[in-house]
Ligand binder design. Structure first.
Ligand code: GP9
Ligand code: MN
Length: 406
């Protein structure tokens, strides 16, 4: 069974040159990766009653590499699936969560690779450590430290919904980050912008929407609060002295508003939510802030599968033998599709979903032939990734070929 990994290696290692003008640009810098809870891309530059939902991010993206065609690819494992995708460049499972089902597997994740390259690695999150089985899975992924809620001062006043509010979370995280030997890699998982999108009155900074759908109407307010927490964090990164030597990478973990709210969402975005528009709504922001690097909005089609190779590319780290289904977002030789867990996918001009090929941006079906080549690749790729996880194939990653053929 060890020989099954050869098929996967042959598929992912296309032998194409990945180096580009961004390779190694952040060499040796600290890497902070921030999970923006339930944060969809349409929130950026969106306004309610003339007030921006994300005043801080609207400015930050001008000073960052901002990917505005980037998709979440999560399944039932939600936040944990996003973490899994980012750390491994493997797809989440067709049902359930890898974090809870496969924590005993062998992985070769981003934290482990960074550790091998002299980094200290940590995850920070103001909730119970066993949520999504993180405490066990993080060991398999190579995290040195997990600063869970017990490392924070959590009170009735500074918490809501699942746990610590984002502003105190970031404030209290600063000394924890300062305690880490550098260079470090720290993942920070925000929490307040989570369904059912509730806030204490004192934390409300903009009016709600008026669609009549409570979740959608409140969502912009919790998103506004998350934006404010990022502003506080960046200010404190500067005063702590960490800012100049740190790159901050931010991503939306998954959608916040499900298809059950299509009626309200149609009002929000001002058009009918046809199946292809629903796929387009799965865009989340991907923002890379590197001090001293000029900001730019990039329209490359990408997804969470690409986060691990992108970060390694920026740091100029070669992981050696690895199974990665994604590519650096800066590579000029990327595959031309982003696959979703249900077999839907997007290409430059087409969207395939629910058995139909659509011409992007039109809502109209196209000839199936336009989607056919990628359809087969997507199915094959998802099946290969599942095989890696279900048969724990990374055990064999560094076995010599002679041993595998037995
Ligand atoms: C829980 C938080 C939310 O700790 O990460 O998880 P979700 O419900 O979004 O998967
Ligand atoms: Mn989440």
């Amino acid at each position: 069974e060890g020989s099954d990994i050869i098929e996967v290696e042959n598929y992912v290692n296309d032998g194409v040159e990945k180096k580009n003008e961004m390779s190694g640009i952040a060499k040796g810098k600290n890497v902070i990766l921030i999970s923006l809870e339930s944060f969809q891309n349409w929130l950026i530059n969106y306004e309610v009653d003339g007030q921006p939902v994300t005043p801080f991010l609207n400015e930050l993206v001008k000073d960052s590499l901002y990917f505005d065609n980037f998709y979440h690819q999560t399944g039932q494992g939600k936040t944990s699936d996003a973490e899994f995708l980012n750390d491994n460049s493997l797809y989440p499972l067709p049902s359930g969560a890898v974090f809870t089902q496969n924590a005993q597997n062998k992985f070769y994740a981003l934290p482990e690779i960074l550790k091998n390259n002299g980094y200290t690695t940590a995850s920070l999150h103001g909730n119970n450590k066993s949520f999504w089985n993180r405490d066990l899975m993080y060991k398999a992924l190579g995290y040195d430290h997990f600063f869970d809620e017990t490392y924070y001062n959590v009170t009735e006043e500074n918490s809501i919904n699942y746990g610590l509010k984002d502003i105190p979370f970031f404030e209290q995280s600063i000394p924890l980050l300062q305690s880490l030997p550098q260079p470090f890699h720290a993942k920070m998982i925000t929490l307040t912008n989570h369904f059912p999108y509730i806030l204490d009155d004192a934390d409300v900074m903009i009016p709600r929407l008026q669609t009549g759908d409570g979740s959608v109407d409140r969502y912009v307010q919790t998103a506004r609060y998350l934006d404010e927490s990022l502003k506080v964090f960046f200010e404190q990164l500067k005063t702590s002295g960490l800012y100049d030597n740190t790159i901050v990478v931010m991503y939306g973990d998954h959608y916040g508003i499900s298809e059950n709210h299509n009626k309200a969402m149609a009002q929000v975005i001002g058009k009918e939510i046809t199946p292809d528009v629903h796929v387009e709504l799965q865009k989340v922001p991907f923002i890379v802030h590197i001090p001293g690097v000029e900001g730019k909005t990039l329209h490359t089609i990408g997804g969470q599968i690409d986060v691990k190779p992108t970060i390694l590319d920026l740091l100029g780290i070669d992981p050696g033998k690895d199974i990665e289904f994604g590519d650096s977002l800066f590579s000029k030789t990327r595959k031309d599709f982003i696959a979703f867990r249900d077999g839907s996918f997007v290409t430059k001009n087409f969207i395939y979903t629910k058995g139909t090929c659509y011409t992007k941006g039109t809502g109209l079906p196209a000839d199936q032939l336009f989607c056919e080549p990628q359809k087969e690749m997507v199915e094959y790729e998802l099946a290969l990734s599942d095989k890696v996880i279900q048969r724990d194939l990374l055990r064999f990653l560094n076995e010599p070929i002679e041993n595998l053929k037995k």
